[in-house]
Write a protein of this length. Sequence first.
Length: 74
Amino acid sequence: MITSGCSTKVQIKPNENYQENQLTLCPVTLPRLAGPTGNDFDAALKAYRQMYTDCAARHNALVGIIRQRKELAQ
């Protein structure tokens, strides 16, 4: 008995687009110190912390999606 078939692997293409918030760039301009006091320093650090948290969450989610798509392509 002879059987024939396709020897190519079916490619699974992800049908999910990237979420718009994951394509948002992180801020380039960072807040500056408003003065020489500890309160000024604290205000700048709070702003940095919030910016970092938002940017890191988007970046990590985007990296996760890209890695999943690479695994599907293999």
